[in-house]
Design a protein around this ligand. Structure first.
Ligand SMILES: *Cc1c(COP(=O)(O)O)cnc(C)c1O
Length: 451
């Protein structure tokens, strides 16, 4: 089965998930992760940067928010990746996965003093997001020695992609030091010159909806500033450029486009000095490493019709596909449909709404979508949901966090043989007891006792 495509693997995994009861009456929705697909995405990333500059030292740090699951971080570490973390929780996950501090980068616009102190004590790389945060680093660096590589995040203000909420380098973005604001460039040059321990520069321009050219332009601007600073101080003080993540993902088909190779080639063409060996590089890709390897699989509980519209009521809605439900124009998802045994349905497409279980009218993952007619007991799969979907659960209606399972196909297994697909839990389904406990059970009498 080694020649199988990601689509073939997913089709086999859906049938096996239904056949083996990974998704069933007790657990009507689950997330599925294609282990081989993840390994292949990482290999593509590594190869793309090795091709662009074989002798450059690169730390590919996975943006943990895209799939905040310890076994995923461990798998990625096994493939040579580090972690980019942006909260104490994400740092704890990276540590639980065994990612060493030297392969961890802390970025966040709101790091507390305690977080900064811990990061510096551990030797984790930190990018200061603002002038005020740099002042906090001054105090910490002055009070105790640290092995942490330290940098400043700059906002190259190159403009907006097609999704406002994900455009990090607009004129007024909340991230980094806004480079084109009056006096900012001179201030930064002085800030580096006065702090020989500032050895990194960070920019993260992208995310879904950003053209590659805009991302590369942001990197070029950060690179030129680093060159200027190194020129002013007369040495290679800035020795590492953190170029962020943000490669967009194609949600319209199984094709992987754009590719890491295209981006690395564009970077090499736009910023040739990036790969000449004078700078080490850090990348922070998230979505593009995981999205295509994830599937939300859910049972159709009921079907109905309203005002002439066919509606399939499923167990996958805003709790697992939050962005798609609340911003459907920006985050359309493909829906694949399967019968009660998990086999692809191929009947004539009929326009249908694919609804979720949440109690608000807008809980729809697809509207008027032509699909083979669904019946109760069938299954729907939300494709390309390996990043920012089931790993970013939204606790609406106290719906429990569904289980997430990795899958792999046994070598030499044959089509239609469910047992050829092996599953391993990545996150076990949340129980109702756990859900009640985290909803204040231990404080049950608190309010009545207060007055
Ligand atoms: C979210 C984020 C990333 C990852 O973005 P993707 O679009 O998932 O690749 C990288 N760096 C920073 C600073 C981020 O905030």
């Amino acid at each position: 089965m080694t020649g199988q495509s990601a689509d073939d693997r997913r089709t086999a995994a859906v049938a096996a998930a239904v056949g083996q009861g990974v998704v069933g009456a007790a657990h009507p929705v689950a997330g599925l992760l294609d282990v081989r697909g993840i390994r292949e995405a990482v290999a593509a990333l590594r190869e793309a940067f090795a091709e662009a500059g074989g002798h450059v030292e690169v730390l590919h740090a996975f943006a943990v928010k895209a799939a905040a699951l310890v076994p995923v971080l461990r798998l990625l570490a096994d493939e040579g990746l580090g972690c980019e973390v942006a909260s104490p929780g994400e740092l704890a996950l990276a540590r639980a996965a065994g990612v060493p501090p030297g392969r961890t980068v802390l970025d966040s616009p709101a790091k507390t003093g305690a977080e900064l102190r811990e990061a510096l004590a551990l030797g984790i790389a930190v990018n200061a997001d603002s002038r005020e945060e740099l002042a906090r680093l001054d105090a910490l660096v002055g009070s105790a020695p640290t092995g942490s590589p330290l940098g400043v995040r700059v906002n190259p203000q190159v403009g907006c992609g097609s999704i406002d909420a994900l455009s990090t380098a607009t004129e007024t973005s909340k991230f980094g030091v806004a480079l084109r604001d009056a006096g900012a460039r001179d201030w930064l040059i002085r800030a580096y010159a006065e702090r020989p321990w500032l050895t990194r520069m960070h920019a993260h321009v992208g995310s879904q909806g950003c053209p590659l050219e805009l991302m590369a332009e942001g990197v070029r601007i950060a690179y030129e500033l680093a060159e200027e600073i190194n020129g002013v101080v007369g040495r290679q003080q800035i020795d590492t450029l953190d170029i962020g993540g943000g490669l967009p993902v194609n949600f319209a088909s199984d094709e992987v486009t754009p590719t890491f190779r295209e981006y690395a080639r564009l970077l090499a063409a736009t910023v040739p000095g990036l790969f000449d060996g004078r700078y080490g590089l850090v990348t922070e890709f998230g979505r593009s490493l995981l999205a295509k390897s994830g599937t939300v699989l859910a049972r159709v509980e009921y079907t109905k019709s309203a005002g002439g519209r066919r509606i399939a009521v499923t167990h996958a809605g805003a709790q697992v596909a939050t962005r798609t439900v609340f911003a459907p124009e920006s985050w359309p998802l493909r829906v694949a449909v399967f019968d009660a045994l998990g086999r692809p349905k191929t009947s004539e497409p009929v326009p249908q709404d694919i609804a979720g279980p949440c109690c608000f009218a807008g809980d729809l993952v697809a509207v008027n979508r032509p699909l083979p007619l669904l019946e109760a007991g069938d299954h729907v799969a939300l494709l390309d949901t390996g990043a920012y979907y089931f790993s970013n659960h939204f606790a609406y209606n106290s719906l429990p966090r569904p289980g997430v399972y990795g899958y792999a196909l046994a070598e030499g297994g044959s089509d239609g043989d469910d047992d050829a697909v092996r599953f391993t839990p990545v996150r076990v389904p949340q129980t109702l007891d756990e859900l009640v406990a985290e909803s204040g059970e231990a404080c049950a009498a608190g309010l009545t006792a207060l007055g």
